[in-house]
Design a protein around this ligand. Structure first.
Ligand code: ZN
Length: 353
């Protein structure tokens, strides 16, 4: 278990109260389905909710929340409970979920199949959670489907997913879908505060995304540092080439098993931030006032431009974003996005004079 999530595993869930209450009631009334698909936007706590609910089911005390004192609670907190199996490709840094984690293929890899073939270690529920189920490719989904089709009593699957369109229809039909909505702004802020993010930085992060998980990721990836570089390009204080190089010098944590995967992830973040800025520029051209835009403060030069140049720049930038996936140089793709900003800013500033 690595990274920013670890301290949250034993924290209470922020938001989603009615969903949790509903699940707990269903369990008390003996009508919990054997497979749940927790769907909703990325980074709103679906996986944490699944962990929390699993911990509650396995807790020896009968309380509103996991008691955090009993033996099962201590074991679920350290993910060492014999009746809890978690596939977490995010913490495990896996771009896709390997089939060996689902079907018993390799003796040394813990699989869901082997997990469910054992009798309950502590006599109650046996629970498997898959985080970001969309990282399972078709063969892996089919292997999982076999197990969903033959549920044994006391077994519970919780599949967490923010791109349900990537799941096979047969997976959907075997699961009861539970939709989780985005958190409201005060709850999102609470999550960031609980993670120790200072208030001003929290505000800055949350203007990019209402999702606290995405905001925490952006924090780890030094989104604010990248934004300062984009701002420098927009103000003409830095050349795009220089700023692109600086993006790759910034401190930050980027997911990926190899240096080039991490570079691609870094470029994705930088280009996505440029896209967010350009999208705001288009809104500005359409008449939205700067005060109402997440990046209005960076768009001082943008007001004289019509919609067409923003659209062109957005297209350029989207192509750069796609080219990152085509394995073109991440540095070059980042530079193209920043060049689009520089040329727009130059035009905007010239029109304003
Ligand atoms: Zn407990």
């Amino acid at each position: 278990v690595s990274g920013a999530e670890a301290p949250f595993r034993t924290e209470r869930v922020i938001g989603h109260e009615s969903v949790l209450l509903g699940l707990k009631r269903a369990s008390r009334e003996g009508r919990l389905p054997h497979a749940l698909l927790l769907r909703g936007p990325r980074g709103i706590g679906k996986f944490l909710l699944a962990l929390h609910f699993a911990r509650w089911l396995l807790c020896a005390a009968d309380e509103q929340d996991p008691c955090n004192r009993c033996g099962p609670c201590k074991r679920t907190a350290s993910l060492s409970h014999p009746d809890l199996f978690v596939i977490d490709p995010v913490s495990e840094e896996l771009e896709t979920i390997p089939i060996a984690r689902v079907a018993a293929r390799e003796a040394e890899v813990e699989s869901a199949e082997a997990f469910f073939s054992h009798r309950p270690g502590e006599g109650g529920w046996r629970i498997a959670i898959v985080r970001e189920m969309e990282r399972a490719q078709e063969a892996v989904q089919n292997a999982l489907l076999k197990m969903l089709e033959e549920p044994s009593p006391g077994c519970l699957w919780m599949l967490e997913c923010s791109q349900p369109e990537l799941l096979l229809p047969t997976i959907h039909s075997r699961c009861v879908a539970i939709h989780l909505s985005a958190l409201d702004a005060p709850d999102a802020r609470k999550v960031l505060e609980a993670a120790g993010i200072p208030s001003q930085r929290a505000s800055e992060l949350l203007r990019w995304t209402p999702s606290p998980g995405q905001a925490l990721l952006l924090d780890a990836q030094n989104g604010p540092g990248m934004r300062a570089l984009i701002d420098a390009v927009a103000r003409g204080a830095m050349a795009p080439l220089e700023a692109a190089a600086a993006v790759f010098e910034l401190e930050g944590q980027f997911e990926g098993s190899t240096p080039s995967a991490r570079s691609r992830e870094r470029a994705r973040t930088a280009v996505s931030l440029v896209l967010a800025l350009l999208a705001d520029g288009l809104r500005l051209a359409a008449g939205v006032s700067r005060e109402d835009l997440a990046h209005g403060d960076l768009l001082g030069w943008g007001a004289p431009l019509s919609e067409a140049p923003w659209r062109r720049a957005l297209r350029t930038c989207m192509r750069a974003r796609e080219d990152i996936e085509r394995n073109l140089s991440p540095e070059a793709c980042t530079e193209r996005a920043l060049l689009a900003v520089a040329s727009l800013a130059g035009r905007g500033a010239a029109l304003a004079r």
